[in-house]
Design a protein around this ligand. Structure first.
Ligand code: CO
Length: 453
C-alpha cells in the first residue's frame, strides 16, 4: 500500500485512514475464501476464542473463568461462526452475516492446456464477474490442496492453504488491430478468452510442482484441490482527498472483516453475539457451508443443547433475535445515474446503506429498518438507502437465504461501492469506520420490540 502523501492532500482523517488500512491489509492477505477464514481464526484465537470442531462433542460454558464463553467453529474451512455466550442466560442473539467468497475463476482438474505453443490454464467462471478488467494484470493462484499424509495404515489426508506469491499468470487482450470492434462491446467466451497464459511448451507439467513448493508439500502427494485465480494488485487510496480506496475482493471481505472488528469490540450481557461468514454466496449459497445450509441452525441448536437449554428456550431466543446481512451495495455511478433509482443515490463515504427490495431479495422491512435507523441515530452513524430501479432486476445476497433456515427479523445493509464484481473494486475510506461502529453498536444492542410484529 502506498504511503501517506502531503498533509494538505488529505481530506480523510488519520484515524479513518488507519482503520481502512487495517481492513485492506487483511483483504490483501486473503486471496481466497479459505484464507479469509484462516485469517479470522488467527484473530479470534488471539482474542481468546476456543476452536470447536463439528465432529467433536461440545462442552460449552458461558463467560466466566478464562477460556470459557468465547468459541468458534468452521465448516469446509471456508465458512465460520464465532459466538460469545453471556454470563447469565441469554434472551436472544445478535447475528451479523457476510460472505467469504468473491467472483473469480476456478481451475479445472488437470488444468494445463497447450494452445499455439503456450500453456494456458483451463478455468471456469465462479460467480458473476466482470470479465474485461481481468485482462492485462498479473494474476496468482490461491486456494487449498488436499495432501496425502503418511503411507499405509494410519495414513490420512490433510489440508494446506496455498498461494503463489508472485506474478504467475496473465490474460493478454487481443490487439485492437485484430479486433477493430473491441471498443464497441465484446462478448467474452468463457472457454476461449478467459484461460490465462502460464508458460510455453517447455513449462508443461510445472503447475503442480510450483503449487506444491508454494505450499511446502510434495507434488505427488496432492490428491485434491480447490484453486482460484487471484488478483495481485495491492490496495490503494486515491482521489483529490484520498477519500476513495480500491482493492480486490471488497465485496464482501470489507463487510466480513468490519463485522469481525465490531464483534470483537462489543460486549452484551443479555444477547449472544454471533459472527457468521458464509462461503458460496456468489454461486447461490446452496452448498453444505453456504447460507442456505444447516450450518447456522446446527450451531445454534448445539449451543443450546450443550448449555442444557430446552427446545422452548431455543424457539424463544430465535424469536428474540436479530440478524444483519452485510454485503456491499451499489454506489451511484457518475456516468450512469440513470441506472440507479431516481430518488435513492447512495454515495461512497455517505455511511452504511440500508438495502430494500419489495420482492424481499433484501430482507429489510419496516420493522427491521426502524431498528437499524434507531441504532444509527443513537450512535451518530450516517445511513442511506438503496433500492433498485423498478425496471432493473439487480442482485441478491444471503440474508433471505439464511432466513429460510433460521427465521428472524433481519435487515440487509452494506457499504456503497463502485465496480462491483470487478477484480479491483472501489469504495469510500470513511465508510469503513461507519460500518465497524454500526456493527459494534448492533452487537451491543438489547431487546428492540415492545410487542410482536
Ligand atoms: Co457480495
Amino acid at each position: 500500500m502506498q504511503k501517506t502523501t502531503k498533509k494538505n492532500e488529505h481530506r480523510v482523517g488519520a484515524r479513518d485512514r488507519k482503520i481502512a488500512e487495517t481492513i485492506l491489509s487483511q483483504i490483501s492477505a486473503s486471496p481466497s475464501a479459505f484464507h479469509v477464514i484462516h485469517g479470522m481464526e488467527e484473530k479470534l484465537q488471539r482474542a481468546g476464542f476456543v476452536r470447536l470442531a463439528e465432529t467433536d462433542a461440545w462442552k460449552l460454558l458461558p463467560l466466566g473463568k478464562k477460556g470459557t464463553g468465547r468459541y468458534y467453529v468452521t465448516r469446509n474451512s471456508s465458512s465460520l461462526i464465532a459466538f460469545v455466550i453471556p454470563k447469565r442466560d441469554f434472551a436472544g442473539c445478535r447475528i451479523a452475516a457476510s460472505h467469504s467468497d468473491s467472483p473469480s475463476f476456478k481451475l479445472k482438474e488437470a488444468p494445463e492446456k497447450e494452445d499455439a505453443g503456450y500453456i494456458r490454464l483451463n478455468v471456469e467462471g465462479y460467480g458473476g464477474m466482470l470479465c474485461a478488467p481481468w485482462f492485462d494484470r498479473p494474476l496468482a493462484i490461491a486456494g487449498r490442496l488436499l495432501v496425502r499424509k503418511g503411507r499405509g495404515a494410519g495414513s490420512g489426508i490433510e489440508q494446506h492453504l496455498v498461494q503463489t506469491d508472485r506474478d504467475l499468470l496473465m490474460l493478454p487482450s487481443l490487439a485492437i488491430h485484430m479486433n477493430r470492434e473491441a471498443n464497441d462491446g465484446y462478448k467474452y467466451n468463457a472457454q476461449k478468452d478467459m484461460l490465462p497464459v502460464f508458460g510455453d511448451a517447455a513449462d508443461t507439467g510445472r503447475l503442480m510442482p510450483i503449487l506444491a513448493e508454494a505450499a511446502g508439500v510434495r507434488a505427488k502427494d496432492i490428491l485434491g484441490s480447490d484453486l482460484f485465480l487471484a488478483v495481485r494488485e495491492a490496495p490503494v487510496f486515491w482521489g483529490a482527498g484520498e477519500q476513495f480506496m480500491s482493492s480486490p475482493r471488497l465485496d464482501d471481505q470489507e463487510c466480513a472483516w468490519c463485522s469481525l472488528e465490531g464483534f470483537l469490540a462489543a460486549e452484551n450481557a443479555e444477547q449472544m453475539m454471533v459472527h457468521c461468514v458464509f462461503d458460496n454466496e456468489e454461486v447461490g449459497s446452496r452448498t453444505k457451508q453456504g447460507a442456505a445450509s444447516t450450518f447456522l441452525p446446527d450451531v445454534l441448536k448445539r449451543i443450546g443443547d450443550s448449555l442444557g437449554r430446552s427446545a422452548e428456550q431455543y424457539h424463544r431466543s430465535i424469536a428474540n433475535s436479530f440478524m444483519i446481512s452485510a454485503d456491499n451495495a451499489h454506489a451511484v455511478h457518475p456516468a450512469y445515474p440513470d441506472k440507479a433509482d431516481p430518488v435513492h443515490h447512495p454515495r461512497m463515504n455517505g455511511g452504511i446503506v440500508l438495502k430494500y427490495s419489495a420482492s424481499q431479495k433484501y430482507t429489510t422491512d419496516g420493522v427491521s429498518a426502524a431498528f437499524v435507523r434507531d441504532l444509527c441515530e443513537k450512535n451518530g452513524i450516517p445511513v442511506q438507502t438503496f433500492v433498485n430501479r423498478s425496471d432493473e432486476a439487480g442482485g441478491s445476497t444471503l440474508g433471505n437465504i439464511a432466513n429460510a433456515q433460521v427465521s428472524m427479523n433481519t435487515a440487509d445493509i452494506g457499504l456503497a461501492q463502485l465496480a462491483m464484481h470487478s477484480p479491483y473494486e472501489s469504495a469510500g475510506v470513511e465508510d469503513v469506520r461507519h460500518l465497524i461502529r454500526f456493527l459494534q453498536a448492533f452487537y451491543c444492542s438489547g431487546p428492540f420490540l415492545t410487542a410482536d410484529v
